[in-house]
Design a protein around this ligand. Sequence first.
Ligand code: AHR
Length: 511
Amino acid sequence: MRRTILIILAFAWSLAHSQNTITLNADGGKDKISKHIYGHFSEHLGKCIYEGFYVGDNNTAIPNVKGVRTDVVEALKKLKIPNLRWPGGCFADTYHWKDGIGPKDKRPTIVNTWWGGVTEDNSFGTHDFLDMCELLGTEPYLSGNVGSGTVQELTDWVQYTTFAGKSPMSKLRAENGREKPWNVKYWGIGNEAWGCGGNMKAEYYASIYKQYSTFLTGWSNDNKIFRIASGANSSDYNWTEVLMRDIPHNMLEGVALHHYSVIDWNKKGSATAFTEEQYFTILKKALLMEELVSRHSTIMDRYDKQKRVALVVDEWGGWYDVEPGSNPGFLFQQNTIRDAVLAGATLNIFNNHADRVRMANLAQTVNVLQAVVLTDKEKMLLTPTYHVMEMYTVHHEATMIPMELKSGDYVFGTDKLQAISASASRDAQGLVHISLVNIDASKVQEVTIDVRGAKFSSVTGRVLTSDKIQDYNTFDQPSKIKPVTFKDASISGNTLKVKLPPHSVVVLEAK
Ligand code: AHR
C-alpha cells in the first residue's frame, strides 16, 4: 500500500514538474534580432532628464561630463543601449526645439503642462542630448512635434542636426558650437496622435503624416532617414490598418505601437506593496504583448509582404501608482522582481517576432515608470529591470532560433497564464543563448529542452530572482537583487534540463 502511494506521488510530482518542454532547432532561423529592440526612452518628465541624466553644467557635487551624470552613462554603456528616444512622449508635441539651443541663460522657459506643470528652462536641449548620445555610444531617436508644431519646424530640426553642407540651419548649428552634423537616423513623426499628440482620427493623422514625411528627406548625410509613424494604442488595430493602407510605403520606415501593463488606469496599485493577484494581473497584461504584436503584424503583412516597414514598440513597460510622497505628475515608481519578470517575458516576445519587431523602447530610462536606473542626488541604483536588459545583451544582433514551447500553467484562482516564457538566439561566434522566464510566483518549474541540429557539450548561465515577488533594490541596499551564477542546468546527450526558481529570469549559454 505504502509503495503504491509513493508511486502515485512520484507520478504526480513528475507530471507537475515536467510539463514544460522546448524543442530547439539550434541550426535553424534566418531573422536577426535587431539590437534596436533593446532601446530606451527619455522624456522631459519628472526626474528623468533633470536630476536623472542631467545635473547641470556647473554641478561640482555629482561627477559629470557637460552636466551629464558619469555614473548613469557608465551604467547605460554596460547595457549597450542601441537607441534613445527623446524628448517625449506627450512632451514632444509641445516641444519647440529652437527654445533649447544657443546660450543657456538666454533660452526661454516653458511650462511642462503634461508632467507636473513645472517650469522647463530648456537648459537640456538638442546639443546636450545629441552629445550625450555620442557619450553613450547610442543612436538618437528624435520625436518630432506634430501636435503643436509645423512642417517647417521639423524640417529645420532635421537640417540643423544632420546636414553637412551649407544651409541656414547648418550655419546656426556651427554658430552654436557644432560644425559637424550628428548622425540622426530615427525620427518620430508625432507621438500618440490619437491622444496627447492631437486627438486625431487615424485617417486625418495619415494625411498629416504624408505631409510631414514629404519634407523629411534629403537633409541627412547619407539620405537615410528612418521615419516612424505615431502608432496604435494597444489593441487599436484599425489605427495600424489605416496607416498601412493610406500611407505610401516609400514614405514610411516604421509604425509605432504603445502598450503599458497597467491594472486599472484609475487604480494602478503600488509598485512594491502588491498582492499575488496584482502580480498575476500585471503579468497577464504584459503577456498580451504576444497577441498585440501578432495581430498588428498580421495587418502589416497584408499590405507589406516583404516586411519592409518595421513595427516599433516605442513605449512599453509596467505602470503603477507613484511612490508615496512623490509628485503625481513625475511618475516615479520603484521596480521589483515583478518588473524583471515582465521585462524578460516581453523581450522574449520581441525576440520571437524579430522579423517584424525591429525596434522598441522601454519607458523610461531613469526615475520614470519602469526605469533601469534610479537616482537620489549623488546616489544611483540599478533596478531588477536593468539586470534583465544586461543579461539579454547576448541577443543583440544574433540570429533568432525558432523553438516550440509547451508550457505548463501558472494558475491563480480561476485564471491561468503560461508559466514559462522563452526565446533563443545564435550569435556570430556560434554560441547559443536561451532566455527563460518562470512567471509562476511560487512554484519551481522544470524545463526539458530537446536540442536539434547541434551538439552541446557545456551549458552555463545566470539567474535573477529574489525571495519575494515584492523585493527591490534600495539606495541602502542597491545590490539586493542582481544576477548570480545559475547552477540548475544540466546536459545529457541532446537534452538540457533546467530547474527555474519561482519568479525568475535565467539566461543560458550553450556550446
Ligand atoms: O511614458 C509616459 C507617457 O505615456 C508618454 O509621454 C506618452 O507617450 C504615454 O502616454
